[in-house]
Design a protein around this ligand. Sequence first.
Ligand code: PLP
Length: 382
Amino acid sequence: MSSDRREPLLLTPGPLTTALETRQAMLRDWGSRDRDFIAMNGLVRERLTAIAGGQGTHVCVPLQGSGTMIVEATLATLVPPSGKVLVLINGAYGQRIAKILELIGRLPVVLETPEDVPTDAAAVEARLAADPAIGHVVAVLCETTSGILNPVSAIAAVVAKLGRRLIVDAMSAFGAIPLDARQVPFDAIIASSGKCLEGVPGMGFAIIRTAALQSSAGNARSLSFDLHDHWVYMEKTAQWRHTPPTHVIAALDRALETFVAEGGIAGRGARYAKNCSVLVSGMADLGFEALLPAALQAPIIVTFHPPADPHYSFETFYEALRQRGYLIYPGKVTTADTFRIGCIGRLDERDMANVVAAVRAVMAELGIASGVPGKPLVAARA
Ligand SMILES: *Cc1c(COP(=O)(O)O)cnc(C)c1O
């Protein structure tokens, strides 16, 4: 898919490998208050809302910056100052959400499972039933720490049944794993330009239930992170309140055209699923073991156990793959010294087969006899 390029392929959770056309879309300057930009910005917002199935019920509120910034802004805007929030945690991004809530003076309580165990919707239901003070629940769709897929549809059903509000961090999966507002009740789904939509990094956005946003005026004790205020301004003027990331939006506009042409979520999700299975089975042939069983693995990023072979170290392995044009990612699970290989971005199954071939060559170069891990770290935790 990207064999014509000389830069390395990014096998990471973002920023990602992007299409040439997407990068070319940035070769023009845009006046942020000019009608050409205004039209493009409006179309991008409409398309993003449609991907979430939120036409007529939800609105897209974009924000400059990293993904964490839009997460923080969404929490600050939708959770009232006295709000108590149940955070569903099985990795670093869930931990980060709890930390944000604490820093902005909300009251987080957590329901935590190990990094290789998805959140249990029945446990969410029990917690909510026992604590009527909890107004909001925050879930992570694909926890990028391990690559695990959380059962957000089932969680959404119990949250709605008990009359609470759901906010979903879908950053790593939006555009590849469906979560449709017409079927799954949520107040907000949060994502960014630079992950599965295959734009460049620099803009986050939340698709927010209009009624929830309307009633959130004054919640955010912040100028820059007040999504209600950004939204009111954008509705009134069709412009961004403060300098927009014009080139990022132009790239996303182009990337969304490619996304639609690929068949939307179904097409993109299928390509990533193929990438993931080629990667996992190719690595298994070399002895490598994924942290997660296939049933829990989202087709986004795969965590692998390190080989037991004493010639392996992440640093030398990374460097040797880098020399061959592939950038992998260090592990993030806390129980083991793992590494991660991403399946997302402008990559296809041929690229993934090439990654596996590069791993094979690197093993020969470094004298790593096999990818078989040492101790079964997950089972050991019991
Ligand atoms: C990437 C990501 C974020 C945002 O990370 P930034 O580095 O701030 O862009 C948030 N949540 C999840 C699950 C992610 O994968």
